[in-house]
Design a protein around this ligand. Structure first.
Ligand code: NAG
Ligand code: NAG
Ligand code: NAG
Length: 552
């Protein structure tokens, strides 16, 4: 009994814990899901059928998985019988190899409103290609060899309110364009000098894979190196220049940091534009890559900057992470907190130029605990597998975070300091281990999972006391979130977004375990571009499993 109370107290404290306490007892746990999926997970996306699609570059030699039935692909010079993309089912851990015809190295992607994974660009014969993968059980990639107007290698994508995808930048590309190309305006290339102005040097650009976030007013926030603009991509005008992120740290490839749009709180008044706030963490000094090439591994940055991009006069608010980190992934958890995971403490992105893996994720709390401001960063349990250059992470519908990849080697090489990593792990955030409180279970979404903008919806869920919590505490801290699945590569989760839905009054109890939250679907495509979202109910910091909804 005493032990039970102690555990309960510990959990209660740790839920709102400070850095000092959690440095003794790290929260969260890791599980190896697959020792090898046959490829190194350089790019990662989640389809609405809960299958993970992950792929590497191709055209650089064998992977550890062959194409089925002796199938091979051919390009100009080589025949390749290996797969460089796989579908992974987190429920069964099954793997299905997929076929690429052209090289996808350092490419970008987004999920279309129909739930089709759209992937753009790559290297050499792949640099103009747009590839499509439908969410069905035996579908494979379909390639459009001239899907792009400019070669896109290290570009970023964002899905827009009209369902189109904007593709921005890439190596030596100071422009943007729209895919898929179905109208005349899609067949125009739009220049963006900002991408040239923010380039550190042609060899060490420090502004590739620019951070894109759709602001809540429908314009596009673009961050590159240490500067940011707001782009009206319908009139092709830069409408705002934001203050420079202070500190002299470069945040984009190869000085790779990461960036998220913090949770967007929707209002019951559909005419108000919700606030949009950005958080950028990690990166390194502009010349770190050059120094690493000469064998000097400079400590990465521990700084983060927060900017409310919808404010009239926004200013960066600086914060410090407990670790220096380059190549960290920032993943929005269903609760609205941010997980910073993967990466290294020294060096930069690139072949073999990073040292000292940072094995502990940290949690950044965006939502004050019981209304009390707390130490925002909490150190979580470490992995045992370094996740260096070319590693990835993605939120799963069950609330875990899938982690894979890491290959700072030119080909697959298992005998370097940081060998090519073919494994997939799951990280269990602390909320999955808090057995003293009931986890919500969504039982119905009414009128249905196909949402219309601004529609009244009700979400029914159970809060059922189980063996571990017979004194089940049902709290009033209940909210509903919608998460847009991302396309993650090079430490940036493109299209990632979390909405906190507007509810009409408190959640009502409608039976012994049953509850209903009545509220509104997002009001517009500016806050929620059309497509698929994972809907979660969060009770006292514990999220349900997701139900997929689609908004049109
Ligand atoms: C990948 O294949 C190579 C060559 O066959 C082998 O040495 C290595 O152990 C394999 N790696 C994994 C993780 O299966
Ligand atoms: C693996 O990397 C080491 C160190 O860079 C190198 O000496 C070796 O040739 C590489 N092996 C392969 C198979 O590329
Ligand atoms: C939607 O809910 C609001 C309460 O927030 C109510 O006033 C309105 O009548 C409802 N609309 C419909 C179409 O049911």
């Amino acid at each position: 009994m005493a032990v039970k109370i102690l555990v309960f107290l510990l959990l209660a404290i740790c839920f709102c814990s400070s850095l000092a306490l959690s440095s003794q007892i790290y929260q969260g746990k890791w599980k190896l899901l697959k020792r090898s999926i046959g490829i190194s997970a350089m790019h990662m996306a989640l389809l609405p059928n809960d299958r993970i699609i992950t792929f590497d570059r191709s055209n650089f030699g064998p992977s550890n998985i062959t194409l089925p039935q002796g199938k091979c692909t051919k390009d100009l010079h080589t025949t390749d019988c290996y797969a460089h993309a796989v579908e992974f089912d987190p429920a069964t851990r099954n793997i299905r190899p997929l076929t690429f015809l052209t090289d996808t190295w350092c490419s970008s992607g987004a999920l279309s409103p129909e739930g089709v994974l759209v992937q753009s660009g790559g290297y050499r014969l792949g640099e103009l290609v747009v590839r499509y993968l439908k969410p069905c059980l035996d579908c494979d990639w379909e390639e459009d060899p001239n899907g792009l107007m400019s070669p896109r290698w290290y570009a970023s994508n964002q899905i827009l309110p009209n369902g189109k995808i904007i593709v921005v930048g890439g190596r030596f590309q100071f422009s943007y364009e729209f895919i898929p190309k179905t109208s005349v305006s899609d067949s125009t290339l739009y220049q963006l000098p900002f991408l040239k102005e923010t380039r550190h040097s042609p060899q060490i650009p420090n502004n590739l894979y620019p951070f894109l976030h759709l602001s809540t007013d429908g314009n596009l926030f673009i961050f590159a190196n240490d500067r940011a603009i707001l782009l009206d991509y319908t009139r092709h005008r830069v409408i705002r220049n934001y203050p420079v992120l202070p500190g002299g740290v470069s945040r984009n490839y190869p000085s790779t940091g990461s960036s998220v749009l913090l949770p967007v709180t929707l209002s019951t008044n559909s005419r108000t534009t919700p606030d949009a706030e950005i958080l950028i963490c990690g990166g390194t000094l502009p010349d770190s890559n050059k120094k690493a090439d000469a064998g000097v591994f400079v400590p990465a940055s521990n700084s983060c900057g927060r900017l409310k991009i919808t404010s009239e006069n926004p200013n960066w608010v600086m914060e410090e992470m407990p670790f220096n980190r380059v190549m960290g992934d920032m993943i929005l958890l269903p609760t609205g907190d941010v997980l910073v995971i993967n990466g290294a403490a020294k060096g930069t992105a690139g072949w073999g130029v990073a040292r000292e893996p940072v094995l502990n994720p940290v949690l950044y709390r965006t939502i004050p605990c019981n209304g009390v401001e707390i130490n925002k960063f909490e150190i979580l349990s470490p992995s045992t597998i370094p996740r260096m250059y070319h590693s990835t992470a993605h939120l799963l519908s069950d609330g875990r975070v899938l982690v894979g990849g890491s290959n700072p080697n030119i080909n697959y090489n298992f005998s370097t300091n940081f060998p090519t990593e073919l494994s997939l792990e799951a990280f269990y955030p602390p909320y999955l281990l808090m057995s003293n409180k009931p986890r919500p279970l969504i039982t119905a979404i009414k009128p249905g999972v196909l949402l219309e903008y601004n529609q009244n919806i009700s979400i029914e869920f159970e809060l059922r006391a189980g063996d571990n919590h017979d004194h089940a505490h049902v709290g009033d801290n209940i909210y509903v979130t919608m998460v847009a699945p991302s396309f993650t590569t090079h430490s940036f989760a493109m299209n990632q977004k979390l909405l906190i839905l507007a509810l009409d009054g408190p959640v009502q109890k409608i039976g012994s375990w049953n509850h209903v939250a009545k509220g509104h679907a997002p009001a517009s495509g500016a806050v929620a571009p059309p497509g698929h979202y994972q809907l979660f109910v969060v009770h006292e910091g514990i999220p349900s499993k997701a139900k997929w909804v689609k908004i049109m």
